[in-house]
Design a protein around this ligand. Sequence first.
Ligand code: G6P
Length: 615
Amino acid sequence: MCGIVGYVGNKTACPILLNGLHRLEYRGYDSAGVAIIGADNELKIYKCKGKVDELENFIADKDTEGTVGIAHTRWATHGAPNNINAHPHLSQSGQIAMIHNGIIENFRVLKEALDKEGFDFRSSTDSEVLVNLIEHIRNVNGCPLEDAVRVALKRAVGAYAIAIIEKGNPNRIIAAKQSSPMAIGLGEPGEYYLSSDAASIIEYTKDFVYINDGEMAVLEKGKPLQVFSLDNEPVAFSTARLDLSISQLEKGGYEHFMLKEINEQPKTIIDCTRGRISPETLEITLNGVANNIDRFLNARRIIFVACGTSWHAALIGEHLFEDICRIPVEVEYASEFRYRNPVIFPDDVVIAVSQSGETADTLAAIELARKSGAFVYGINNVIGSSIARATDSGTYIHVGPEIGVASTKAFTGQVTVMTMMALMIAKRKGTVSDEYYREVSAALLKLPELIEETLKLDGEIAEMAKIFTYARNFIYLGRGYNYPTALEGALKLKEISYVHAEGYPAAEMKHGAIALIDAEMPSVAIVTPDSTYEKTLSNVEEVKARGGKIISVMAKGDELVRRISDFTIEVPVTTECLMPIVVSVPLQLLAYHIAVNKGRNVDQPRNLAKSVTVE
Ligand code: G6P
């Protein structure tokens, strides 16, 4: 994970770097640091444990003048989150400063060799090994810094996005990447920005160059951008424009990004379906599916690969594609799939689901699938992300930047896209009636209204949250389409309130978990009118009979459910396969209010990061 940012040009670098770091904090917030070269050619490094705010306070009275600099916000992998392990790392001579996002897997071997050459290491990071390797190569070969970087990177195994500045050279940043994201922003001619995420520097430029894996760039003030391969061959590159507004990256009057993003969902569903469902004919058109329809029609199997919340969305995808398209589906944790020597057929379709499009395990699973000849499709949010580029085709969910670490609008966007995909494929396959196709299609268009109505429950849910703020364990129950919703509801609570919560298929309770039930253990039961309604009701009765407290997420006005519930969250009803989208909204709000009551850092929960670019 980690976020990196850099600037070289005529402006004062420090405010730009700090601003970028703030916007990259979703990638990690254990420690932060900055390195700047001033007019005196000296290298100034400031770094400290904690968030970017702490770095900002720490450097408030320091000399931060200079027009070239690099900065880093860290999510610790190697080495505890402390001042010493914070980036930038300095080479032993103090000449070279480097920031790094990724992991150098062979750092132990490299370190042993450098130990023998007399290098001392201050930190316990893999990154310090890399910067010293660069220095060592430069010392031995007497070569320019960029050549030393190239040679060092050929010896490094792993993932990196690095940026390097050098004492005595206030005009240049050297950058390179392999498997970790990097965008180079073009300012005035000869002025450059650099970041792990283009959105973080959008107020300075909308024009970006995305260098590829195994490439290196030299960003030199006043000169054209140069990109090379690690074999020193010049590489052609193109510029992409990112149309994003600053307001999309700000809280817009909400106390937290998460609350803003929950409330955005009526609009994000509209953005997700816009131009894809015709309000007149109810016809669904996703170009990625239309252009590759034969791959889907001939699919032996669909395999979803994903992590975290995206994996929960994929579980709903399993229901959709099996139910509507009659295609066998498997849902895999990308991190398990890639190490399991899985059987993948060339006529399988692998669908990689990822909000960020940068999750390392999902990327690796894609690589594996491609080697087996399967067709790989992406469902992503971040435009131009690594996963979007690594897949054969795909559909963006178009829900806008998601900044709160706990995913909300991306989840509902992913399920929306999966529903549109399943309907489109099913229609061509002839596994869906015209009537059902039109019913779900129309229901998708009506969803924003229903979510709007559901959001009005916020006050009620906030009151309920007060009662349950101090519960130490929760269980979330659901069946069918809403079993994954139960898992996702529980995950939201765990992530941001640090309360133990388990999602469970309601019928499975009696095979073990029901032993946990007592008056202290609230159960959030999703009991909406669907094909398992009666069965779920009985399961909830079983919990109630053992003294459990029941909070039901249920259809508005359902007397039967009211009678067995201690508390109710009454939502509007839509067609069964879309109920997870409606139901997930109050579950997001419940988790949010409990976390706020507990005084948690909702947008940046401890130990987590939004984009997990380590394996
Ligand atoms: C991290 C985030 C989760 C997210 C998961 C997968 O763990 O904290 O919220 O669901 O990564 O991320 P992706 O970007 O691939 O959907």
